[in-house]
Design a binder for this molecule. Structure first.
Ligand code: GAL
Length: 680
């Protein structure tokens, strides 16, 4: 794994460039990222390209053996483009054009934007595509938008997209969107408006059409994917073997784009991780200064689902400017995040940014060096420390080593075994629909995924994130599908085949309620999985804010507050947990049945952490997985022959290593925010 930084030479005096590159090397950095937002400097006037400055910087970097990641500059269109073609700008619901400035001020469907993009990307790639110092390319930056653009080009593209989706049949659209509700039938595609973005079905007085909103999310993701494809198709033939990626802002938080829509045009996936930004809610202890290891791990592993190859394009280097509060990071947090990326197999980590700016909106954004441009920040020192540790032990190749191979239950029982692996199915489309139709404001698909991820990671299991459209390896002993609310036949068949073949399938509340248009199935609740789960869902409950209720699991009482399915179980189905209070005390909350060679567990309750942890431990034990129960927020991972313990707590923890283990990094007693690495 290579470690490096963003650098914006166009923002700093030329006479400081050489010094800055020297200092990057003195800090032992291995790569530098340039070009994001530099369109104005690359093409100061239409068709007039200025590459000398960038070339000088690429050469300065290459001479110092800093690998260069170049970025296409399209996230910030220059003022001349917007002046000349105002229809480059997106238009909001009220018909107001976004103004020039900031960034992301363009519509991906605007022909003028697409033409200008094609020209600048081709010029850049012609100039630097084969430069020996360039190791890879990033397209644009964090595709996202404040709203779904109502630009005339976007609306026309939407109608064309709908025509293709529904075979030019308005009747099919009316049926898929349930337009008979509120008499909203269309007679022509030209009548169909593009919904106001990120609107939920509860907005507009509860009258917005959720199926239409869902398709608008799909369309918008498609529109960005088309824009990305335009750039990828220009880059790919010009850059040889170098990777082509785009960097996602944490996808569940910024769900404009489904990475699955773009993956086919990219050779490596990347995302930007900002674990402690000052927006933390419900903070109970000091651990928040380290971020949430389940959120970080989930995203790392999700990125790996596409091509195996993934990188962390931006890693928070210190405090940032855009939170609501300004928490100081826990000392060691940045180092811990770097080791976490390595442990999950990142090919590289870059940080945004090298220098803390003295101007502009990000002036309170820390860099690896402070506002004087030379003094390493605390985060900068942790970068250097980590690079040195990784280098000293030649662990840089660790990320390239295989992570955990799925271990069959029987193998896992005989130590020393490969780390057991649990599958977790994640699907961004579910997130869209849950945001559109949450049904309970406490419901959070992302939190449900993180609960299950964290519960198995705490047991020393590697969690292999899977997508519904991927193969689910039969060798994985447990696969959990949290909240897979919309399903098609193929997904249900996959669930069934996995369980019948000997897997342990775990389904949760709000699974298989709907088809992929977001319409309920005609029949009992969760009709397609009724034959699988050995029971039925009789009713559900969601509690008001602040209220928690009880569940009993193996004689111990746990809390739930978000969602509770009340279950009926068939006689041969076991009840694993029951509700322990409220008027439905005694009703089944979790049921389990055998299905041919396998097992199906239906967890009808969205429990709090302790419950999910206890249930995961029970299921792992049933599946004969050897678990190492660690304190919450402590993760134990494997890469090749190495074990890595990551302590996301502010307490010391003990590494579960065999006696007389020689620690390569850290020691058996792992300090707060510490890391330990050993061979086992
Ligand atoms: C990212 C963005 C970067 C920078 C960073 C600040 O979302 O891509 O350009 O603004 O946030 O933390």
């Amino acid at each position: 794994m290579k470690i490096g930084t963003y650098y914006f030479p166009e923002q700093w005096p030329r006479e400081q460039w050489e010094r800055d590159f020297d200092n990057m090397v003195a800090m032992d950095l291995q790569l530098v990222h340039m070009g994001a937002y530099a369109w104005h400097a690359i093409e100061p006037a239409p068709g007039e390209f200025e590459f000398d400055w960038l070339n000088e910087c690429v050469e300065l970097a290459a001479k110092r053996k800093l690998g260069v990641i170049l970025c296409t500059p399209t996230a910030a269109p220059p003022v001349w483009l917007v002046d000349r073609y105002p229809d480059v700008l997106p238009v909001d619901d009220a018909g107001r054009r976004k103004r020039f400035g900031g960034r992301r001020s363009y519509s991906p469907t605007s022909p003028a934007m697409r033409d200008a993009t094609a020209r600048v990307v081709a010029a850049l790639a012609d100039r630097f595509g084969n430069h020996a110092g360039v190791i890879g390319w990033q397209i644009d930056n964090e595709y996202a938008s404040d709203f779904i653009d109502q630009n005339a080009h976007a609306v026309a593209a939407w109608r064309e997209w709908l025509g293709k989706r529904f075979d030019n049949s308005i009747d099919k659209l009316n049926a898929a969107w349930g337009c008979r509700a509120y008499g909203a039938q269309y007679t022509d595609f030209a009548q169909v408006l593009l919904p106001a973005a990120h609107e939920s079905a509860n907005s507009a007085g509860g009258t917005a059409n959720p199926h239409q909103l869902l398709d608008a999310c799909r369309f918008w993701s498609w529109a960005f994917a088309e824009f990305n494809r335009l750039q990828a198709r220009i880059l790919t033939p010009r850059v040889g073997e170098r990777f082509v990626t785009t960097n996602y802002a944490n996808p569940p938080a910024w769900p404009d784009c489904n990475p699955a829509d773009m993956a086919g045009d990219l050779t490596l996936m990347s995302w930007d991780s900002y674990p402690v930004v000052g927006g933390e809610q419900g903070v109970k202890d000091q651990n928040f200064r380290l971020g949430d290891p389940a959120q970080i791990g989930l995203m790392h592993d999700y990125m790996a689902t596409f091509h195996g190859r993934w990188g962390l394009m931006q890693l928070q280097p210190g405090q940032v400017n855009w939170g609501q509060t300004a928490p100081h990071l826990y000392p060691g947090a940045v180092r811990l995040w770097l080791w976490t990326a390595l442990a999950h197999g990142a090919e590289f980590v870059a940080t945004h940014r090298y220098r803390q700016p003295r101007f502009g909106p990000e002036l309170f954004h820390h860099g690896l060096v402070g506002p004087d441009g030379v003094t390493p920040s605390p985060g900068g020192r942790e970068f250097q420390q980590t690079i040195d540790e990784v280098d000293r032990l030649h662990l840089g190749a660790l990320a390239g080593l295989a992570g955990t191979e799925p271990a069959a239950a029987t193998e896992a029982a005989t130590p020393p075994a490969p780390t057991p692996c649990v599958g977790l199915v994640m699907d961004l489309e579910q997130l869209w629909y849950f945001k559109i139709l949450p049904q309970s404001k406490r419901w959070s698909y992302e939190r449900l995924l993180k609960l299950w991820y964290g519960a198995f990671a705490r047991l020393g299991c590697a969690v292999k994130v899977l997508r519904p459209d991927q193969e689910w390896p039969a060798s994985i002993p447990i696969i959990v599908c949290p909240g897979l609310q919309m399903v098609d036949d193929a997904t249900v068949d996959k669930m069934t085949a996995y369980a019948r073949g000997g897997g342990h399938l775990v389904l949760t509340c709000r699974t298989a309620l709907m088809d992929r248009t977001g319409q309920l199935f005609e029949g009992p609740t969760a009709k397609p999985i009724v034959p699988l789960i050995g029971g039925t869902i009789e009713a559900y409950d969601g509690l008001p804010d602040g209220l928690l209720a009880k569940i009993d699991l193996d004689g111990k009482s746990y809390d739930w507050g978000v969602w509770a399915d009340l279950l009926y179980s068939e006689p041969e189905t076991k009840i694993l947990a029951k509700y322990d209070d409220q008027f439905f005390e005694g009703a089944a909350a979790v049921i389990q049945r055998k299905l041919d060679a396998g097992v199906v567990t239906y967890c009808g309750v969205f429990g709090e952490d302790a419950f999910t942890n206890a249930l995961a431990e029970k299921l792992a034990t049933q599946a004969k997985i050897t678990v190492t129960a660690l304190p919450p927020r402590v993760q134990l991972l494997r890469r090749g022959p190495y074990r890595l313990l990551l302590n996301y707590t502010t307490n010391q923890v003990e590494a579960p290593a065999p006696a007389r283990t020689k620690f390569l990094v850290g020691a058996r007693k792992v300090e707060a925010a510490g890391v330990a690495v050993w061979k086992e």
